[in-house]
Design a protein around this ligand. Structure first.
Ligand code: NAG
Ligand code: NAG
Ligand code: NAG
Length: 354
């Protein structure tokens, strides 16, 4: 009896680190399997923060577990949760003895509150990473909701001072890099149904965004809620890098869009890094690009003025067509990529329309 109890306890204690101990139990299993290392590297290149991705998946390379996208998504999510836990304790010590001096009252309180929502969303989503399309869609929705908290707190932190500021900002960025990567990997695992959570999870995300007066009610709904229910379904196409959509590049979808069209053409751009320059010519009117989030849907151009392109042609996305709108998508330029890491500050945050 007693020994059974001891065994039970041992199992409980060992479980969380069983992956680690197994890598020591068999020497040949610890040698890196070159082919799965390659595929993990290729997979990480498709995430917004490849270096953070590799970092979180390193362990998976050394233990020869099932290298499916799903298990790697879970691994990335675990890294996100562990970073978020560190961040939580940093945030609670930030209030002491001038460690962080806010420039705006309550910015720290906001961060704490938002981070609690994020941490809860991460835990919920971790329980949903299973081979089940509905669960994956929910996992994706929780991760998207968590990501909306990222910018809000960072704004408040940027204005703050104090010895803890840099540590806190770095930890915040690192933590959300793993969240972005997890969203990108979960989306690749099949969680691609465009469900939205109730507003309680994504509160603040779409409030208070000032729209120019010319943006009508329908456009507002498109931009604010990603709600394209009023659009003819035949005018909605999907772009996905893995071939599960109608097109694999944004340029192909734009080429498909009808010319001089009075109604909206919706192009859903699934999570991924698109290495292309997109031109929306004058005859392609009323095109709307909707990404999965500007941390995960990235269009990365390769032309630069230095290479002899004009400023207009070198734009990652050059727009001549009228009525163009975009949300939850980032446009960036490859020249600004440093050490394989996508630099946030160079991305043009296009989640607010034109
Ligand atoms: C170690 O793992 C390899 C490959 O998985 C296997 O062939 C071998 O039998 C294992 N050795 C031991 C001692 O478990
Ligand atoms: C590496 O792992 C993959 C997938 O698990 C397997 O198909 C392949 O044979 C392995 N290669 C080596 C050299 O062990
Ligand atoms: C896009 O793909 C969907 C689902 O496979 C299909 O129903 C739809 O007809 C496709 N649209 C176009 C324009 O090919």
């Amino acid at each position: 009896m007693a020994s059974a109890l001891v065994t039970c306890l041992l199992v409980l204690v060992i479980l969380p680190s069983s992956t680690v101990s197994s890598s020591y139990s068999n020497a040949s299993a610890t040698t890196m399997n070159a082919s799965s290392a390659k595929s993990i590297q290729a997979l990480c290149q498709t995430t917004p923060y490849p270096a953070a991705c590799l970092d979180s998946l390193k362990l998976s390379v050394s233990i020869t577990i099932d290298p499916s996208v799903l298990s790697l998504a879970l691994r990335s999510l675990q890294a996100a949760i562990s970073e978020a836990t560190k961040l939580s304790s940093l945030l609670s010590s930030a209030g002491h003895a001038g460690a962080l001096v806010e420039s705006q009252r309550s910015s720290l309180r906001d961060c704490r509150e938002l981070h609690q929502i994020t941490a809860a969303s991460l835990r919920r989503s971790a329980g949903l990473v299973e081979p089940d399309a509905r669960k994956l869609a929910d996992a994706r929705a929780y991760l998207s909701a968590a990501l909306t908290n990222r910018a809000t707190c960072l704004e408040g932190l940027t204005g703050a001072r104090g010895p803890l500021k840099d540590t806190l900002v770095d930890s915040w960025i690192a933590s959300y890099a793993h969240v972005s990567n997890s969203l990108s990997l979960v989306t690749r695992s099949g969680g691609r149904i465009g469900r939205r959570l109730s507003s309680s999870y994504s509160h603040r995300s779409s409030q208070g965004r000032g729209f120019p007066a010319w943006v009508g009610r329908r456009e507002r709904r498109l931009l604010q809620d990603g709600d394209y229910g009023e659009v003819d379904p035949a005018s909605v196409v999907t772009v996905a890098p893995d071939g599960t959509g109608n097109f694999t590049t944004v340029a192909e979808a734009v080429a498909w869009a009808p010319s001089y069209y009075d109604d909206r053409t919706i192009i859903l751009v699934r999570a991924g890094v698109y290495e292309e320059n997109v031109e929306i010519p004058g005859d392609k009117t009323n095109i709307v690009l909707i990404g999965d989030g500007r941390d995960v849907t990235v269009i990365r151009g390769h032309r630069s003025v230095g290479d002899g392109w004009t400023t207009f042609a070198s734009a990652t996305v050059a727009v001549s067509g009228q009525g163009f709108l975009a949300r939850d998508i980032a446009f960036t330029v490859s020249q600004f990529i440093d050490d394989g890491e996508w630099l946030e500050s160079t991305a043009f945050p296009y989640d607010n329309g034109v």
